[in-house]
Structure formats: C-alpha cells, structure tokens
Design a protein around this ligand. Structure first.
Ligand SMILES: [Zn+2]
Length: 556
C-alpha cells in the first residue's frame, strides 16, 4: 500500500474485534476499505499528501449491526403530530382543538398516541382520568373533522394499545353499534347503552385495528415510507449503526421503498431485507417459492448496500388477524411485515418447501423453540439445512438442552435483550434462578458456538441500550437483576451488536471487524464500551459514523 493511496487515518482507541481481540491506536482507510490497522506512529507513517487525519480521544469500533431493527418505523413517528406531554383529557382535547383550528374543515386529524414517547407505556395511564377520551369528548374539540388518535405499535409499548376516534371518524369507517371486530383480540369499547365509545383496544402483535377496522384513516403512502426511511437512516446512523438485518421480514411495500431509495443512490445504511410473503395458503406458497422467490434463495441478491434474501414464515398466530392483513398488503399500519398464522402442520409443510427451494427460513420463536426444534430436525433429515443459516428470531427464553440442539442445525438466533430483560423482565420473575438466566441467553448461545446477534426492535433504537440490558440484566420497574448468571461480558455485548450480525447476511468476511480488507464501516464513541460500566453505557455518545470510509454522521 503506497502512502498516496490512503484517504483517511483515524486515531483513537481502536477495538478491532478481530480473532485475537486486538486493541490498538489507528486505522487507515483507502476507498471504502480498511487497509491498515496498528499503532498510531506506525500508521501515521502511511500518511500521504492528500491523506486526511482525524485524531480522536474516543473509541473506534466496527459500526453497529442491528440484527432486528424495524428501522423503517422510526421515521414514520414524525409523520403525524404529537399530542405532547398530556396529563388529562382536557390536555388532549386542547391539543385536538388546536389541530382542528389549523386543519381545513372535513380533513382528517391523525395524531401520535396518548402516553409518553418513545414507549407510550400504559397509554392513557398518564392521564388523570386513566382512560382515553370518548367520541363525544373528541367531538367537542373537533366537531367538523374526523379525528383518530393512533395506537402505538405494540413493539414500542406494551399491550393493550388504544386508539380513539370521534363520531365522524367512526362514521367514515362504517362503524356503529352493530359493528363487531373481524379480528380476535380487538375490542370495540361500548358504553352502558351499547353505543361505541370510539375507543378501540388492541391485544395483537403487530397492531391490526387500523388494517381491519379503520380503512378510512389515512395510511402511509409510498412517499411517506421513503421519506420515513431516510429519517430513520439518519437516526440510526446518529447512534453508530451502519448495518441493519430485518429478519422479521419486510412486506412488498417496504421492500419497494428501500429499492427505490437504493436505485436513486439515496440509501446509505447497509440493509439486508428478508421477504415477508403475501400467500394465503400452502398451495399459493408452493407456487410463489418455485416461480417468484428464486431471487431470495441462498444468500439472496443485491450489493453491499441493499441485499434481499430469505423468507419469514410465522409459527402460530391469530388466523383472523392474518386474514385481515392480506385484504390490502400495502396497508401495514406501524408494521413492516405481513401478519402470518400457521399451525404446526402448515409451518412444517412451508419449511419443507422452503428447504427444497433453498429459501432460508426466519421465524419468530419467543418461547416456542421447544416446538420448533422437532420440526427443523425433521426438515434437516430430508434436506440438509446445516449450511443454509436459518434464523430463529426474537427468542425470549429456552431450555439449555434446546439451545444445544441448534448447533447441529446450523441455525442462528437473534435476541432483543432490551425488550425481554429490561422492558418485560417481570414476566420471567416467577422462573427459577437457573431459568431466569436463560432469558435472552446470549452468553449461553455464544458459549455453545451458536451464532447469536442482538437487535433493538426499534424500542429504543440505540444499540447501547441493548448492550446495557445484556450486561446489567436489570428490569426497568424494579431495578431487579434477572438471572445474574446470564450477564454477558462487555466484549460479547459489543460483539453481539456489531461483528456477529454479519454472519446473518453471509458477510462475515467483509464486515464487523476492523481489519485490512474489511469495509470501512466504523463508529466513533465518546468513551470505551468495554471499560464503561454497563449501567453507564447510554451516557456514551456517537461522535461519528462512517460507512465505506464516508462520514454519514458527525464529522470530527
Ligand atoms: Zn420485532
């Protein structure tokens, strides 16, 4: 490497995450690649006449790889006005009246949820009345506009989630006292006389009320999705994320938005999208897998910025919600994928078909690994899947003996530590100490040699929050530690949010480490994520993010 070829030298605490776990001082970049890594003095000798040198006191790490991000949702949160920090029904009504004043008569007023962003925990629990406003109350604030206060996505918050509509909004959606929800798990609240109150209570993941009951409420347009993705990308770059793996699957509408941005050269995040299929039956699935999904086989197709490969197939699920999701697959609400419902026999049939067509399966396990394993083992006996990198997504907990069975199948696992440990950790308090340690079991999977990567689930989007949850294992309401033995080392927490994600997109030889030949995807943090105590990780800031050697956030 001649010194004239070096574009940029960065110095700081360089955490390489190479096999030896080397920590050093400097990294040299030429074009989109890392070309040299080593001691500051030695690397600075490579400086040529046009080499830029950035000296920082921060820590330089491989950029974060968010292995389950729902990234597109982040930018949609700005699409509708916020209600602000409301504390009573009167506060809500004042805000709605203000919006009505600024909105032409007859046009929709759609707002973000009641509750405190970004989580909206408990929804109306923040209001003095501890309930949502009724349609009569909303009518008083906006008699001439249809009004819809959206629910949060169940993934940001906790179920149940609440929607509130005024009388005009109910009418435009054809809802009256005779209406019943076509989807189980959605409740239309009624008053003592049996009339609708305008409040809709959702008990499903992902939220189905908008899709199934509220077709007249303005939905996200293709332009909203593209603009939202660009806002999302900026927000994720600002916390140091350089790659995203969307293993929960993306609906055609979402894939199209990413594809448009990629074609225009506007996509900077490195994305791997898994296909969320729209089939209604196993027969339709067979045709789609054979005739239409050839592009998604194996590692998929694409380039270093956008790659599409693999399919998501749900295990279990509410059939009425899945039916509603297919009425108009472009109407997704906050979700980015199409809801599935497959019983175990259907799931096995779909897995067999997928294996036949070399389509790797992604499925959300939560606590069902014990039911999925025998199915995967039967599929494996018929079609060797051990090198196909199938993925169990969003796993909450499993028995140690079940985790070990994943190894022979070559299956990788994504975990959402901030969700299962910090956000809903109380659900696992009744378990024995040994079983508590197996909630979000990154340490155990890593020790078994099972590929494991962590995601943020967009709740919140900062990977440092996920790393805090992995290392401290503290539950949010009590501060109690959930299975101290399940804590990860600082090194594993960092690796699970960076290097490990590359395996899931077949890119472990080009990204996730700071090594010559690897892509120059880097994050510069204000402090060291290995020596900062777990509790304090979120105090670190991301000073700069580089993708392929170019700054996408900060410019130090
Ligand atoms: Zn998710």
């Amino acid at each position: 490497m001649s010194q004239h070829d070096i574009d940029h030298i960065l110095t700081g605490k360089v955490i390489t995450l190479d096999r030896a776990g080397r920590i050093t001082d400097a990294v040299a970049i030429a074009g989109d690649r890392i070309v040299a890594v080593g001691e500051r003095r030695e690397i600075l000798q490579l400086k040529g006449p046009r080499t830029r040198v950035t000296e920082t006191s921060g820590a330089i790490i491989p950029g974060f790889n968010d292995a389950h991000a729902h990234m597109d949702t982040e930018g949609l949160r700005d699409r509708f006005p916020s209600l602000g920090r409301v504390r009573s029904i009167d506060d809500v009504l004042a805000r709605i009246a203000e919006l009505a004043h600024a909105t032409p008569r007859g046009e929709w007023i759609v707002t973000m949820p009641v509750g405190d962003a970004p989580f909206y925990f408990g929804g109306p629990i923040v209001l003095r009345e501890r309930r949502m406003p009724t349609r009569e109350e909303l009518d008083r604030a906006a008699p001439d506009h249809p009004v819809c206060i959206l629910p949060p996505s169940g993934y940001w918050s906790l179920l149940p989630c609440y929607t509130a509509l005024n009388s005009l909004a109910l009418k435009l959606n054809g809802l009256d006292r005779a209406s019943v929800s076509p989807v189980a798990g959605i409740e239309l609240q009624r008053d003592a006389a049996g009339e609708l109150t305008g409040v809709v209570v959702e008990h499903n993941y992902p939220d189905s009320a908008q899709i199934a009951l509220l077709p007249a409420v303005p939905r996200f347009s293709p332009q909203d999705r593209r603009d939202g993705i660009l806002r999302s990308v900026r927000a994720y770059h600002a916390v140091g994320t350089t790659s995203v793996y969307e293993g929960h699957g993306c609906a055609p509408e979402v894939i199209a938005a990413y594809r448009d941005l990629w074609q225009a050269g506007d996509l900077t995040m490195r994305m791997h999208l898994v296909v969320s299929p729209t089939w209604a039956t196993c027969d339709e699935a067979e045709v789609m897998m054979r005739d239409w999904l050839a592009y998604a086989r194996g590692a998929g197709v694409g380039d270093a910025t956008l790659r599409i490969g693999g399919i998501f197939v749900g295990y279990g699920g509410e059939p009425t919600a899945a039916r509603a999701a297919r009425i108009d697959p472009a109407d997704l609400g906050w979700s980015c994928y199409i809801k599935h419902a497959n019983d175990p026999a259907e799931f096995e049939k779909l897995c067999m078909l997928a294996a036949m067509h070399d389509l790797r399966i992604h499925t959300i396990a939560v606590d069902k690994l014990c039911e999925l394993l025998p199915i995967f083992e039967r599929v494996h006996a018929a079609h060797d899947i051990s090198r196909r990198r199938w993925v169990v997504e969003h796993m909450s907990h499993a028995a140690a003996s079940d985790l070990a069975r994943l190894k022979a199948l070559g299956i990788g696992v994504t975990l959402i530590p901030d969700y299962h440990v910090w956000k809903v950790g109380t659900r696992f308090f009744p378990l024995s100490e040994a079983d508590r340690e197996l909630v979000s079991p990154a340490a155990q999977l890593d020790a078994l040699g099972v590929p494991v990567a962590c995601g943020t689930d967009n709740s919140p989007l900062n990977p440092l929050a996920a790393m805090r949850a992995m290392r401290t294992r503290r539950e949010r309401t009590t501060g109690e530690v959930l299975g101290a033995g399940g804590r990860t080392s600082a090194e594993l927490a960092l690796r699970a949010m960076t290097r490990n994600g590359a395996w899931f997109s077949f890119e472990e030889n080009v990204k996730g480490r700071i090594m010559p030949g690897y892509l120059a995807d880097l994050a510069v943090l204000s402090g060291c994520p290995l020596t900062t105590p777990g509790e304090d990780l979120e105090g670190l800031s991301c000073l700069a993010t580089l993708i392929g050697g170019r700054f996408v956030h900060g410019n130090i």
